[in-house]
Write a new protein. Structure first.
Length: 278
């Protein structure tokens, strides 16, 4: 039976998060080649790729508070829009533009490596409710997988029934897709080689996290070394713990995508970094 893996290429991995709008093109090219190598070695492997917004989306999102939303509706007959509301939607469109720009770089790297892919932007297919996916027509993702095409999603702005608009991270999107598609594994490739018990000192790495053990170490896990409107490492770990509790057979790994060959090793089944399990 074909294995289904969700792979996230973290924003900290594919961009320089300390420099606004700075893609790491060589890194993207290397990751794309590693993905192709893995699929050639394991023909039964099916992938859904997601990627973060890195120094593209998070910079604009921090400035405009896009994730928080702007729920107050404007009457269609109101000629003068409220300045703060107008500024929010200006930011919403800017975050969309920047996230889409980074996605184009990712898609170019994958295409250059010879991978059959299709980008399916959440902004065009997802409706959220108070920051969580409420509606998502996943048939295009299923049909892409059935056709041997790798679907690519990414952290993006979406319209929200409660907030007006918001941002959904790749982890938010994976949370919904795990229920819809039932993957075997979720791989989170980032800059860090593992989850650290003492971030940012990084002297005590964590081999395995369970819902029980996280309560003891959660205050040391920390956030992000750069702008991250979706909460950094601690928020990602909490979300993944919720996933494994709901899906006890699911295997999740947090590992570094910067070390040579790590992505191939992880895709082919080796346990790297930190394992998150029920």
């Amino acid at each position: 039976m074909k294995e289904l893996v969700f792979l996230k290429l973290g924003g900290s991995l594919i961009t320089d998060k300390t420099k606004p709008y700075t893609p790491l093109l060589d890194v993207m090219d290397d990751l794309a080649l590693q993905i192709v190598t893995s699929l050639q070695s394991q023909p039964d492997l099916r992938l859904v790729i997601g990627h973060g917004a890195g120094s593209f989306g998070h910079v604009a999102a921090s400035e405009y508070k896009t994730r928080d939303g702007y729920p107050r509706p404007s009457p269609l007959t109101h000629r003068e829009r409220d300045t703060s509301e107008d500024n929010y939607w200006k930011g919403f469109a800017e975050v969309w533009y920047q996230a889409s720009s980074l996605n184009r770089y990712v898609m170019e790297a994958l295409h250059k490596a010879g991978l059959r892919t299709i980008a399916l932007p959440p902004s065009g297919s997802v409706i959220a409710s108070n920051g969580q996916v409420a509606v998502w027509e996943t048939t295009p993702i299923r049909m892409a997988l059935a056709s041997g095409i790798v679907p690519v999603i990414f952290g993006d702005v979406v319209f929200d029934e409660v907030r007006g608009g918001t941002i959904l991270s790749t982890e938010n999107l994976f949370t919904f897709l795990v229920k819809a598609l039932a993957p075997d594994r979720v791989l989170l490739a980032g800059l860090e080689e593992a989850v650290w018990e003492d971030f940012p000192a990084r002297t005590r790495r964590i081999e395995r996290i369970t819902p029980q053990s996280f309560e003891e170490i959660k205050y040391g896990v920390g956030g992000s070394a750069a702008a991250d409107v979706t909460g950094g490492m601690a928020a990602k770990v909490r979300e993944m713990l919720d996933l494994v509790q709901e899906n006890p057979g699911l295997k999740i790994q947090v590992f570094s995508g910067t070390q040579p060959g790590n992505l191939v090793r992880a895709l082919l089944g080796e346990t790297l970094g930190t394992e998150i399990s029920a």
